[in-house]
Design a protein around this ligand. Sequence first.
Ligand code: FAD
Length: 383
Amino acid sequence: MTALEDRVADFLVRHPVATTPDRSLREARFDEGLAFPHFAVGHGGLGLSPSSSAVVEQLFLGAGAQDWSGRNVIGLGMAAPTIHQYGTPEQLSLLRPLFSGEEIWCQLFSEPDAGSDLASVRTRASLDGSTWMVSGQKVWTTLGHVARRGLLLARSDPSSGRHRGLTYFLLDMRLPGVDVQPLRQITGEAEFNEVFLDEVRVPDSARLGGAGEGWRVAMTTLMNERVAIPAVADESGHDPIGRAVAAHRASSGGSDAGARRDQLMKLWSRSEVSRLNGLRAFAAASGGEPGPEGSVGKLEMAELNKAIFEFVVACRGPHGMLIDNYDMTRPDSAAVHGGADDAKAFLRTRANSIEGGTSEILRTVLAERVLGLPKEPAPTALM
Ligand SMILES: Cc1cc2nc3c(=O)[nH]c(=O)nc-3n(C[C@H](O)[C@H](O)[C@H](O)COP(=O)(O)OP(=O)(O)OC[C@H]3O[C@@H](n4cnc5c(N)ncnc54)[C@H](O)[C@@H]3O)c2cc1C
């Protein structure tokens, strides 16, 4: 047993999962540095190596602890590393309720005319004394309806175009003027929302990083997003490839059985490569400087998930096209791979190649920044 495994085992003796309320268990984990072990001591960590985080999480899940990765996906995967890197002491104190599940986070980046082109953000923040007045509209805000706080990117200097003149805030979603409205997805559910900001008075103490330096802070969030969205599985055969294996087993032989088995093996191989890359990316990102593995993993996860659920639905034959329940619900958890319903998972995974950076954008990022290929011509250069 490693020293870290010993530490977790000792913790679990003092706080048995079966008898400790989940909130208390997570608060104790934070206090003992077993929340984000690679973070600094006092902020939920132990200052350990980046890969320690995945190890500790797997140990707790293995012991039967609840999995919060979907319920606070933005908090744990994106807000925490960004706050840890840029936060003031007051802002760092938000990490404990974030980890415990007391406060869910959302991400207020995208706007109707600023998705892939995030530098076009138009939500306006103007400083009035020690308070910022924020007005604008955000869209596709995952879990905005349950979020207590949001990562907000706004334009604070309209005279500085594009990347300059943006400021980043940790927004209290209960402030007057914040209005969250559901957006229904192709699955029938509304995991995400539109958020209208109407003269919201945000204290300057909620600013993360310098005024006008929001782009740099946002890049930290986005690089972590690309690692957070693909689930990191420590074992082969995990979902979603496990679902493909189950669907294959359940489907009858038929004349195309050989071809289908061949297809399954190709998906399995891609899944294994993706899983191992995910572990590598998680380890790299946890160090605070996510690398290209994150973008590779996000791109492959999106395309692979879509292929897996096409296979699953095909295995089910004509029944695969049927959906039993199309009720409008507002889930309290983001299901990147879709839920238990195969047909809904097929529909939900269509969004994987849009959320967290589209596949087209990620291919450009990889071409230019990793392979060093010539830059894409700017749209104006094409005219
Ligand atoms: C399920 C889901 C959850 C989401 N959750 C959140 C959230 O919580 N918070 C948040 O802020 N946002 C969220 N988003 C928004 C997401 O980040 C954006 O949808 C995404 O960045 C794409 O932006 P867009 O929708 O404006 O599409 P556009 O940027 O308008 O793109 C449209 C199409 O054009 C292509 N395209 C655009 N520019 C280029 C280019 N330069 N080169 C080649 N092709 C290009 C794109 O790849 C895409 O196919 C979510 C989206 C989804 C689907």
